[in-house]
Write a protein that binds this ligand. Structure first.
Ligand SMILES: Cc1ncc(COP(=O)(O)O)c(C=O)c1O
Length: 384
């Protein structure tokens, strides 16, 4: 059997990883400023994380959600504390798409309605309702497009109110900071208006913090920069530092009932052990403080590069924007300089999503490498 060929691959085979570095099968070292799509939060193979998972797998890896699992309760308690979201309840699942699928379903249960408002360039995952709320026709099959979704531009409160006033909307779903779409985000004022309008029209506000959450923006959740209180928050990526885990935080004004949501694997013992150890490390190593100070350093140093047209995002969820495509830069960074960066739907944008433990020195080596690569790329462009 061969693999179903859906991923275009870089010719690199990582074999091991430590902290902010990945090592390939030939022993070459790469600085990881992408964290495998923003998944690596506390650093690769962190010793506490490895110990927690090893200890748990030796005791018990899995049993179903029909027995007591104190690890889930401990995890919910810790997450409430670290995120300052103690007035929410937690439902655990296995991925980002699944988190949004459950969030949208909960909104529909709550309101008895089905229409969803999402935003242009949004990415919410590939399951049925999540992909329908994703602004990319290419990845929506006819089966998915039966969902009723309206896409609005970010920051247009007038259009938003016009749509909400039709009184047929179950949910508004919005990323704290857009990831795949290219690092655009709603303004503070827009988020606050959005919250007010959702309350006014009885619509569930879902904050997709799958990429922008877990400390990446410098606050635990990026919406916390705007002082709002969403009804549902979806989480995944950084939660398990690579172990597949996702979840939704549901405001405690929403009532649960037996059987309303469910999953076989979600919240299993190993996932909870991974999740708990990530939260412990974020707290113990003050990683959110590190995000803020390294981000400040990044923003200062990147100013030295005049080819850069704009910097988008917050904390360590950053987009470096040029007025030409970045694919050659990304390739040179990997193969010549040994640095992983990311792309997005915007071909001119370099996406930076390092582990939250990245250091200023590691950012310095990226800036030096980027200057080197740019001087070659610009040289080639000038010759054409
Ligand atoms: C904002 C956002 N939501 C949802 C998802 C989907 O997550 P997953 O790939 O774990 O299903 C992603 C993945 O990139 C994302 O960035």
């Amino acid at each position: 059997m061969e693999l179903f060929d859906v991923y275009p691959l870089y010719d690199v085979t990582p074999e091991k990883a430590k902290g902010c570095y990945v090592y390939d099968d030939k022993g070459k070292k790469y600085l990881d400023l992408y964290g495998g799509h923003g998944v690596i939060s506390i650093g690769h193979t962190h010793k506490d994380y490895v110990a927690a998972l090893t200890e748990q797998v030796q005791k018990m890896g899995f049993y179903s959600n029909s027995i007591k699992n104190p690890l889930q309760e401990a995890f919910a308690k810790k997450l409430g504390l670290v995120s300052e979201c103690e007035d929410y309840n937690l439902f655990l699942c296995n991925s980002g798409a699944e988190a949004n699928e459950n969030a949208l379903k909960m909104a529909s249960f709550e309101t008895g309605k089905r229409k969803v408002i999402a935003f242009e360039k949004a990415f919410h995952g590939r399951t049925s309702a999540a992909v329908a709320a994703t602004d990319n026709k290419k990845i929506n099959a006819p089966l998915n497009s039966q969902h009723e979704v309206v896409f609005l531009p970010l920051n247009d409160a007038e259009l938003l109110e016009k749509e909400l006033a039709k009184n047929d909307v179950a949910a508004v779903i919005i990323e704290g900071i857009q990831g795949v779409g290219g690092l655009d985000e709603g303004s503070k004022q827009f988020f606050q208006t959005l919250e007010g309008l959702c309350k006014q029209y009885g619509v569930i506000l879902i904050l997709d913090e799958i990429q922008s959450g877990y400390g990446r923006s410098g606050r635990f959740f990026s919406f916390q920069h705007h002082g709002i209180h969403p009804d549902i928050i979806s989480i995944a990526k950084g939660m398990g530092n690579g172990f597949p885990i996702g979840g939704i935080l549901i405001s405690n004004t929403v009532k649960a009932s037996y059987g309303l949501l469910g999953t076989t694997f979600g919240g299993n013992h190993l996932a909870c052990a991974a999740g708990l150890s990530v939260l412990n490390v974020i707290e113990k190593e003050k990683l959110m403080e590190n995000v803020n100070s390294v981000s400040e350093h990044f923003l200062q140093r990147i100013n030295e590069i005049e080819e850069i047209k704009a910097i988008k995002g917050k904390g360590l969820m950053l987009g470096v924007s040029f007025d030409f495509p970045v694919s050659e830069i990304r390739k040179s960074l990997i193969f010549e300089e040994g640095i992983f960066t990311g792309g997005s739907a915007d071909p001119n944008l370099l996406r930076i999503l390092p582990p939250l433990s990245v250091t200023k020195q590691e950012i310095d080596s990226f800036i030096d490498a980027l200057k080197k690569v740019l001087s070659k790329v610009t040289h080639i462009e000038n010759r054409i």
